[in-house]
Design a protein around this ligand. Structure first.
Ligand code: NAP
Length: 495
């Protein structure tokens, strides 16, 4: 059977685009990139809430092969990241491969013909190889708070901001104080007539060394691209060293993390004079158990007279507002859900049902038997399939390093399949199990092994208590592995 395409990539965010770029570099043309959205950019297309910006240095937040001289700030705003994604789609001639507005509902491996049958809203597409490049923060999570359906005001999730709705002068309730809440809250304060922030678990916050990149520097980046590449190398290396020491080798240098916590506390003290308020904003779990962030405005926002930090648990949403466990109801014209994403659960990892060998659905299989992969990308249950950003992938400081390593791995595999004339390639059970065991072993010395993480409510942990979100190795190691892993870790079948 001749499939419609050699390769289908699902997701036109930076991961999917990167695989497309690498495939084109290798001369492949028979591939399509599907995405439900009408334009590229993935999370950066969806997250347009006020204040959205990167929170690692912009210089690091780009493909290594495509430095962007247009960043205007040390931490670029979201619209510049979206523009960068559009630029990459154009420059690397991916437009003819894009099938935007295509919702993938499920994918089933047809074992008789060695092809994937990808069911979309517009019908079935077949491909020899399937790559799920939907990021892990794709599906907005509505909180499990009773009464939300009966609320008569406006509800908006940070990841689906409604720019047609103006909150000026309104009473606004924000639920959630993660990385998204931290960015949107200072933007809403002052614009809203009154802001109530419902915090369940405080977030660790570091100062943000943000500044405008002078026009002269941007011009220099444009005229001498290696200059920016060098800066990228430096900022990436610096972030990498900090992350690897602090996260992967935590048990050897816990004092580094304690120093970071002290810095966060000093930052809080500097911005919030009121001791009781400071206590409410101070996490009771170790730094790194869940995603920390950077802001120079977040803590200060709670000192405004028109902003209230509410820490009594939410009992329910009423018709007109939010009632807390202490029996108090606060009216709200708009509720902003900064409540994050579905991550390590069926339907989210992977983002749609993927049925591989013997009718095994990957998400359900992982949910029952714990998350496991080979190199964070492949599973023996799913031949001819890779999951970018799957279990045990997030490492180092930059998504782009993770993405590029994943794309390198996959494109090597596809090249080898072509060389061997294979119609089926499946990662072998042995290397897969060895990789997963190694990840679980290494996890014991990481920052996520701190006992206080049990108090953190962190989406880094799944229902088994595993933390397969993170790959406890350095970015450099992962980069090297993507180029050197043994291709015989896969079984190839030619027909
Ligand atoms: P998140 O980190 O999962 O935070 C969700 C927040 O909502 C938490 O404070 C959570 O409280 C709260 N929440 C959820 N359900 C609740 C309920 N029923 N009642 C009360 N509170 C509830 O989500 P996020 O802030 O959207 O961030 C997700 C990830 O997106 C980040 O970790 C980061 O990787 C990424 N992100 C990146 C950037 C950036 O780079 N610039 C910006 C934003 C987001 P608990 O903690 O108690 O569960």
């Amino acid at each position: 059977m001749r499939p419609d395409h050699e390769v289908i990539i699902v997701g036109a965010g930076f991961s999917g685009l990167c695989v497309g770029i690498r495939l084109r570099e290798k001369g492949a043309r028979d591939f399509v990139i599907l995405d439900a959205a009408p334009s590229v950019g993935g999370v950066w297309r969806h997250n347009t809430y006020p204040g959205v910006a990167v929170d690692i240095p912009s210089t690091t937040y780009s493909y290594s092969f495509e430095p962007n001289p247009n960043w205007t700030r040390a931490f670029a705003p979201g619209q510049e990241v979206r523009a960068y994604a559009e630029h990459c789609a154009d420059k690397y001639r991916l437009r003819p491969h894009l099938r935007l507005g295509t919702q993938v509902e499920r994918a089933v491996f047809d074992e008789a013909h060695d092809v994937w049958r990808v069911h979309t809203g517009g019908g079935e597409l077949t491909a020899r190889f399937l790559i799920c490049a939907v990021g892990p923060l794709d599906q907005p999570k509505a909180p499990d708070i009773p009464g939300l359906d009966g609320y008569t005001g406006k509800v908006v999730h940070t990841a689906r901001w409604d720019h047609g709705h103006d909150v000026t002068g309104e009473r606004v309730a924000v639920i959630g104080t993660g990385a998204s809440g931290l960015q949107v809250i200072p933007e809403l304060a002052g614009r809203a007539g009154h802001l109530d922030v419902y915090q369940r678990t405080p977030i660790w916050v570091l100062p943000k060394i943000d500044f405008r990149i002078p026009v002269g520097v941007r011009l220099a980046f444009r005229l001498v691209p290696p200059l920016q590449s060098l800066l990228r190398l430096i900022t990436t290396a610096a972030s990498e060293v900090i992350m690897v020491l602090g996260i992967v080798h935590y048990s050897k240098v816990p004092f580094l993390v304690r120093i970071t916590e002290a810095l966060c506390r000093a930052h809080l003290r500097h911005q919030v004079p009121d001791r009781a308020l400071r206590r409410e904003l101070t996490p009771r779990y170790g730094f790194g158990c869940k995603r920390p962030s950077f802001s120079n405005r977040y803590f200060r926002t709670f000192t405004r007279p028109d902003v209230e930090l509410v820490t009594a648990g939410i009992e329910r949403v009423t018709e007109k507002g939010v009632r807390t466990a202490d029996g108090r109801e606060r009216a709200a014209d708009t509720i902003v859900l900064a409540t994050g994403f579905r991550t390590l659960e069926i339907g989210a990892m992977p983002a749609f049902p993927v049925t591989g060998r013997g009718g095994v659905e990957l998400g359900a299989h992982w949910d029952e038997h714990r998350y496991q992969t080979y190199e964070g990308l492949a599973s023996p249950e799913a031949p001819n399939f890779w999951l970018m950003n799957g279990p045990y992938t997030v490492t180092g400081a930059s998504w782009f390093s993770i993405i590029e390593a994943g794309a390198t791995h996959i494109v090597r595999c596809l090249g080898e399949a072509r060389r061997r004339g294979a119609v089926r390639m499946t990662v072998r059970r042995g290397p897969h199990d060895a990789f997963t065991a190694e990840m679980r072993r290494r996890m014991k010395g990481t920052i996520l092994a701190q006992p206080s993480c049990s108090r953190s409510n962190s989406y880094y942990f799944d229902r088994h208590g595993d933390s397969p979100y993170v790959r406890p190795q350095s970015g450099l190691h992962v980069w090297r592995r993507s180029r050197t892993f043994d291709l015989d870790d896969y079984e190839f079948i030619a027909r």
